[in-house]
Write a protein that binds this ligand. Structure first.
Ligand SMILES: [Zn+2]
Length: 66
């Protein structure tokens, strides 16, 4: 929670990549909070699941196959 509001945008070459998604309910001024497998809006409570696994930290527990 003490991360601050850094990294809303990432500049990659000439492309402006948005690292945060705007809330579809609140509008482009409100960004969704990033979680491991979902994004959520702190204002209206909107939640959506993530489909991209590229940015997911690799600390997921692998179930032991026995
Ligand atoms: Zn919202």
């Amino acid at each position: 929670m003490a991360k601050g509001r850094v990294g809303l945008y990432q500049i990659q070459g000439e492309t402006l990549t948005r690292t945060h998604t705007a809330c579809p309910k609140c509008g482009p001024g409100v960004f969704l909070a990033e979680h491991q497998d979902r994004r959520s809006c702190g204002k209206c409570g909107y939640t959506e699941g993530k489909t991209d696994t590229a940015s997911r930290p690799s600390k997921a527990k692998a179930p032991k196959a026995s």
